[in-house]
Design a protein around this ligand. Structure first.
Ligand SMILES: Cc1cc2nc3c(=O)[nH]c(=O)nc-3n(C[C@H](O)[C@H](O)[C@H](O)COP(=O)(O)OP(=O)(O)OC[C@H]3O[C@@H](n4cnc5c(N)ncnc54)[C@H](O)[C@@H]3O)c2cc1C
Length: 357
């Protein structure tokens, strides 16, 4: 039976962040409507390297969020059968650790490992470094598949999902937002959550509360590859690679510029050569997809999570690294919205920092 008193929440955006919000809110009894301009996971989530990278230093303002990211995903895996993380561990090294030991890291589970252990972990490395950081508890997922699983979980808890439905504006009563305008009409809401990735900046402009969230490009590459080329996830100056559950080799590269030689297809060929220099058995790497994805990057690099100041009823969720943080932020934000329980871990992320004069 439908509960007429339930809080009506519109979540704008069906990327991994909006999907996690929708799932956690629906489980808590909200009457959720997800409104997505295109398709599920059609934004940057669909081309993410999707490393759940919990590594952090003590001075990192979002250290508590990163620190809780793994446990939050492990919990979701028990709730949603379609959400599967490959907990392979992650091996990171810099140019200097080719010769010496890297500095200490604050992540409890992250250890400095020696060359012999690196060879055990990654037998196909041609030139293993003297040492590396190894986070045995980290992993990665198929971010689109996880988003579908979260949306299915939200729907199983009563959420309505509208795809191909762009939010064009807002309804308001005085300084409080009461709904969203779409081509199919007004959808009323007690709370509107902005989880629209790089589209969030435009939505806040419509509300005359603009947030500085840039579209930050990065290159995603997917290769047809021999199986078991990489066992963990390797992050080094030469390459950032991991193998997907279907055997494809996935790579992420910095976006350099729009010169012809730095276009995604050219980068895919250059990156393949770099990988072949690093790994035995990498001779047959066939690029299947190479594209630029735009990450929602707040101007100060810190996620923007919380209520917009001066406007009632609007909660923002825009961040990088969005895959790492989606599970924990979905949980904490849903507790704030539904139970009125502010989370101190979200304090550094409040939108009000951009509106102080
Ligand atoms: C190459 C690459 C590698 C990456 N690697 C990692 C990594 O290893 N780890 C990590 O944590 N992160 C990584 N990221 C970043 C990560 O992918 C993003 O932070 C995350 O996917 C953001 O999710 P989102 O849901 O906020 O945004 P999106 O997936 O972009 O979702 C936003 C949705 O909102 C919709 N929308 C926008 N405007 C409107 C509107 N007006 N009305 C309705 N709907 C609207 C869009 O259509 C879109 O579907 C990487 C990104 C790239 C490109």
């Amino acid at each position: 039976m439908e509960n007429d008193l339930a809080k009506r929440v519109v979540v704008i955006g069906a990327g991994i962040v909006g999907a996690s919000l929708a799932y956690h809110l629906a489980v808590k009894g909200a009457k959720v409507t997800v409104v997505e301009a295109e398709g599920i996971a059609s934004g940057v989530t669909g081309t993410s390297f999707a490393w759940i990278n919990a590594s952090h230093h003590e001075s990192d303002p979002i250290a508590p969020l990163r620190g809780a990211a793994i446990e939050a995903y492990r919990r979701l895996e028990t709730q949603l059968p379609g959400l599967k993380v490959r907990w392979t561990g992650a091996l990171s090294y810099s140019a200097s650790s080719r010769k010496s030991l890297p500095g200490s890291d604050k992540q409890a589970s992250k250890k400095v490992v020696s060359r012999s252990r690196i060879i055990d972990l990654e037998p196909k490395l041609k030139n293993p470094p003297q040492s590396a950081s190894y986070a045995a508890d980290e992993g990665a997922l198929d971010a689109a598949e996880a988003t579908y699983a979260l949306i299915a979980g939200a729907q199983a808890n009563g959420a309505r999902v509208l795809t191909q439905t762009r939010v064009l504006g807002f309804e308001n009563l005085g300084a409080t937002v009461t709904g969203v305008n779409t081509a199919i009409g007004i959808i009323e809401a007690d709370i509107v959550v902005l989880a629209a990735g790089t589209g969030t900046a435009k939505l806040t402009e419509m509300l005359e509360a603009p947030l500085p969230i840039e579209a930050s490009p990065a290159i995603f590459i997917r290769y047809k590859s021999p199986l078991n080329l990489v066992q963990t996830l390797i992050s080094s100056p030469e390459m950032e690679v991991r193998q997907g559950s279907d055997g494809a080799l996935l790579a992420a590269e910095d976006y350099l510029d729009d010169a012809l030689e730095n276009q995604p297809a050219a980068m895919a060929l250059r990156t393949a050569k770099a990988i072949q220099n690093e790994l035995h058995g990498g001779a047959y790497l066939d690029p299947e997809l190479a594209c630029v994805g735009f990450r929602p990057m707040p101007a100060d690099g810190i996620p923007v999570i919380g209520y917009l100041p001066k406007i009632g009823g609007v909660y923002v969720c825009a961040m990088h690294p969005g895959v790492t943080l989606a599970a924990i932020v979905g949980r904490l934000a849903s507790e704030e919205i539904m139970d009125g329980e502010p989370s101190s871990a979200l304090d550094p992320c409040r939108p009000k920092r951009f509106f102080q004069t």
